[in-house]
Design a protein around this ligand. Structure first.
Ligand SMILES: [Zn+2]
Length: 268
């Protein structure tokens, strides 16, 4: 079930925040490459998928930078505001795929009260285990961030995946781990060239091109394997891979029409 049947899933990348980082700070063991350091523009994004039947799927949800910026992020547009500009009411969102449970990916999850929430079982077990043992201090997430996941589970809206799974027609998730134990990449059959949303399996284009690990990982070998998997999957399926935090995606794809063009990019 691919291709023509799902001929028109559109994908908009929505930028909600930004900051500037240094290459030596974000690429694991960057000094070993013998290359000069330099700045990189880092975007903070979520992704809006719209299917032909009108259903709406989000991949990740952003977070409220104005409430507390974790790493000096600068707010561009808060998720509730970008959704309103794009004509999306959170209660009408059918599904939220969470790439992983870090603060910058599930911050607004509680807004989507009717959505099925997709996560890797390994992600749920890792973070809920830490939560139960009181080990969230110093991690890139909090109990407040995890609470909407628990609520979705209680309400029977949490869909846990153990391996590759088509969670909606044309939307397939692949757990790769590495950055987090249950890191997911999302492959979307757009009807034309498929798109792989790498999220934090690959933050930047350099990681895809050179297979460079990111500095933050729970399992370095898994992260390397994940980058190799992305390359293989893209080749096997003829897909375009979109890294999760690279500002240069906005130069490779057109801006959305109208007011949303200030923050949204049309990936497909
Ligand atoms: Zn991230």
């Amino acid at each position: 079930m691919t291709g023509q049947q799902n001929a028109s899933i559109s994908i908009w990348q929505v930028k909600y925040g930004e900051r500037v980082v240094r290459k030596k700070d974000v690429f694991h063991d960057y000094g070993s490459y013998g290359l000069p350091d330099g700045p990189l523009d880092m975007d903070y994004n979520y992704w809006l998928l719209r299917a032909a039947d009108g259903s709406v799927v989000l991949v990740d949800t952003g977070y409220d930078i104005s409430e507390h910026d974790w790493l000096g992020e600068i707010s561009v547009v808060p998720t509730p505001q970008s959704l309103a500009t794009m004509g999306v009411d959170p209660i009408d969102v059918d599904m939220v795929v969470t790439s992983h449970f870090h603060y910058d990916h599930i911050g607004y999850l509680g807004l989507f009260e009717n959505a099925r929430v997709v996560a890797a079982r390994a992600e749920r077990d890792h973070w809920f285990g830490k939560w139960e043992r009181g080990e969230l201090e110093g991690e890139f997430t909090t109990a407040a961030h995890l609470e909407p996941v628990r609520r979705a589970e209680r309400e029977g809206r949490l869909l846990l995946v153990d391996g590759e799974a088509e969670v909606r027609p044309g939307v397939t998730v692949h757990p790769v781990g590495g950055h987090c134990p249950g890191e997911l990449v999302v492959r979307v059959d757009t009807g034309e060239r498929p798109v792989i949303l790498a999220s934090d399996a690959a933050h930047f284009y350099e990681q895809l091109e050179h297979q460079w690990p990111f500095f933050a990982f729970t399992d370095l070998q898994e992260m390397r394997d994940g980058l190799a998997f992305l390359r293989r999957l893209a080749a096997d399926t003829g897909s375009t891979v979109v890294p999760g935090h690279d500002a240069r995606t906005r130069a490779r794809f057109p801006a959305a029409p109208g007011d949303a063009g200030a923050f949204a990019t049309v990936i497909a």
